[in-house]
Ligand binder design. Structure first.
Ligand SMILES: C[S@@+](CC[C@H](N)C(=O)[O-])C[C@H]1O[C@@H](n2cnc3c(N)ncnc32)[C@H](O)[C@@H]1O
Length: 297
């Protein structure tokens, strides 16, 4: 087998010859011409919290991702054969904190975040915000819809990633919060025509927005309405557009088998439906409180 260029590491390596590498691995290597650096495990006996086979919503063999504040009791039970994974789990919060501090927020974001805290709402964390900015830039987004303006933290990140002529349409049931967001966008130097504020309940406002006109839809309103937001997002998005849901870890409740709260159940359904949809290509990013993103095929 000829050597393949490893684009991730910038050196060449011989791949596909080891008996330990599975057929799928070899096939993938041939298909994309790079070395695959790791293989997904199919083990389900891990002792730590991100696989929770006891959850009533768990699909056998499929991981249920757990928020970083929650640790399943089994997480503390040592099990032979998986010390490395347990160690990785232990380092999760430290890595998350590093991802947050890496970004560094300016005065406007700091102010908008302080306003969110003052008014008692949760704003997306810096690492989640940076992902939104990154995705908006990667999509070259001209039209973005947001459910849950809050005091403008997520909107600032979105606007900073969008095209310079892009428009953010943002919906919130609380006009007072939208006014704070408007001030934050202004303070950050965005012209008024870069944002469109629509006050009202999401399920009343979203049906008025046009089909297939949006590059990105960011959902951060009422988690209990997640399924409806997904349906509306699929209608609003152009093919190749992306939907993102913030807060899917539900601060650890998602993977808590004892949590039967209807809101958590709604998010569990959302997570499962997105994963199993053949119209969507998902990735669950472990930033902020879980940012579930999916491209509409
Ligand atoms: C978590 S906060 C949004 C934070 C914001 N995305 C950020 O990161 O800066 C949720 C917001 O959604 C709004 N909201 C909750 N339920 C809603 C609904 N059904 N329709 C519209 N907005 C809603 C709340 O008023 C609140 O401002």
């Amino acid at each position: 087998m000829p050597p393949h260029r490893d684009v991730a590491l910038g050196h060449t390596s011989s791949v596909g010859s080891s008996a330990q590498q599975g057929h799928h691995h070899i096939h993938l290597t041939r298909q994309i011409g790079i070395k695959v650096l790791g293989r997904a495990s199919t083990r389900t006996d891990r002792p730590f919290s991100w696989i929770n086979a006891r959850s009533p919503n768990a699909v056998p063999g499929r991981p249920v991702i757990c928020g970083r504040k929650y640790r399943h009791p089994a997480a503390t039970r040592p099990t032979a054969g998986a010390p490395k994974e347990a160690a990785i789990s232990e380092f999760g919060p430290a890595h998350a904190a590093l991802a947050d501090t890496y970004i560094g927020e300016d005065a406007v974001l700091t102010y908008a975040r302080a306003q969110a805290a003052r008014t008692g709402i949760r704003a997306i964390g810096p690492s989640g915000g940076a992902c939104l900015r990154l995705l908006a830039a990667a999509l070259d987004a001209k039209a973005v819809a947001e459910i849950g303006t809050g005091t403008g933290v997520s909107g600032l990140y979105l606007l900073r990633g969008m095209r310079s002529d892009g428009v953010l349409t943002t919906v919130d049931a609380e006009p007072v919060r939208q006014q704070l967001a408007r001030e934050a966008y202004h303070a950050a130097g965005f012209a008024p025509n870069r944002s469109r504020f629509i006050p009202g309940r999401a399920l009343e406002v979203l049906p008025r927005l046009a089909d297939r006109q949006y590059d990105l839809v960011f959902c951060d309103g009422d988690p209990a309405e997640s399924q409806e937001y997904l349906a509306e997002s699929l209608r609003l998005l152009r093919p190749g557009g992306m939907v993102c849901f913030e807060g899917v870890f539900q601060e650890g409740r998602l993977a808590d088998p004892d949590d039967g709260d209807p809101q958590t159940d709604a998010v569990r359904e959302l997570v499962r439906d997105i994963r199993e949809s053949d119209r969507l290509l998902p990735a669950l990013l472990p930033v902020s409180d879980g940012l579930l993103c999916a491209v509409k095929r």
